[in-house]
Ligand binder design. Structure first.
Ligand code: MN
Ligand code: MN
Length: 281
């Protein structure tokens, strides 16, 4: 099964969808390796680009899934896959899998050009080591930061005292309380004003969304974004985005709704990116 209406061949495509069936470091509710299939299934719920605009039809190729036995293999082998997509001038859209898959994607971008990682996540993911693993999904932001890649985190509401101290010293993050006080639009405008790079890599950990809207995630965390707030953010950032991933959906823990939310966010990203001239809000 291919992601909704992704009927381009590789050569003529602008967007390349890659599923990563990996959840080897997940600790609490595992099963995100089944998310790519569930997201594709969910994508058929929608009209492909159901908006009242004069659209540029995006060309999307779905390369299917890749699978890895352990986190070290995943990091080593996913990076060249993403690199070749970037070198061919295309935008990779990577479907997790757990959040650890963002590190090799981000490394692939860092090799090409200065790029800021913008991560939407309920969690800081700044653990030095979790359950004996430095490259687990709870350390992905720290690992990106340690590569000296500029990092912005949005929607944060969970982390240990040590993580908050490290993150506060090291990078910019915006909490849900700040988003409630200032509004998501103002926060995103500030992120864009503060950028020191021309492009961003956008990573969406779906647990940034409130569990009322997306309960099927590995580590649900109350007091989150609405899907509509996240769409506003994605639309504003889309013109700057060179690569995108969506991670941590665990289909076994709901009736398909989180995968459907994920599919809609991907459609919205592709729509906003391919129609950047519309200045969507
Ligand atoms: Mn995460
Ligand atoms: Mn998270």
């Amino acid at each position: 099964m291919k992601f909704a209406n992704s009927d381009s061949d590789y050569r003529s495509s602008k967007y390349v969808i890659c599923g990563v069936m990996f959840d080897g470091t997940s600790s609490f509710r595992t099963g995100s390796r089944w998310a790519p299939e569930a997201i594709r299934k969910g994508s058929y719920n929608f009209e492909p680009y159901d908006y009242d605009y004069d659209l540029c039809e995006p060309s999307v190729y779905d390369m299917g899934d890749v699978e890895f036995g352990n986190v070290n293999d995943m990091i080593a082998e996913l990076q060249p896959t993403i690199s070749s997509i970037i070198k061919d001038g295309k935008v990779p859209i990577t479907l997790g899998g757990e959040h650890s898959i963002t590190l090799p994607c981000m490394k692939a971008f860092a090799q090409e050009a200065d790029t800021t990682a913008v991560i939407f996540d309920a969690h800081l993911d700044f653990k030095e080591n979790y359950l004996g693993n430095k490259f687990g999904h709870a350390s992905v932001a720290r690992n990106v930061f340690e590569l000296s890649i500029p990092l912005v985190q949005i929607g944060v509401r969970s982390g240990s005292k040590i993580e908050y101290e490290r993150a506060r010293d090291d990078n910019a993050f915006y909490t849900m309380s700040q988003i409630r006080d200032d509004g998501i639009g103002e926060i995103i405008d500030e992120v864009i004003r503060s950028l020191k790079t021309n492009t961003i890599y956008l990573s969406i950990d779906v647990d940034v969304v409130d569990p009322a809207f997306a309960p099927g995630v590995g580590n649900p965390e109350p007091y989150g974004l609405t899907p509509l707030e996240l769409r506003t953010a994605i639309r504003r950032l889309a013109p700057l985005v060179a690569g995108f991933d969506i991670v941590e959906i665990t289909p076994d823990y709901d009736l398909g709704i989180s995968a459907i939310v994920g599919a809609k966010l991907i459609l919205d990203f592709i729509f906003a990116h391919s129609n950047s001239h519309l200045n969507l809000t």
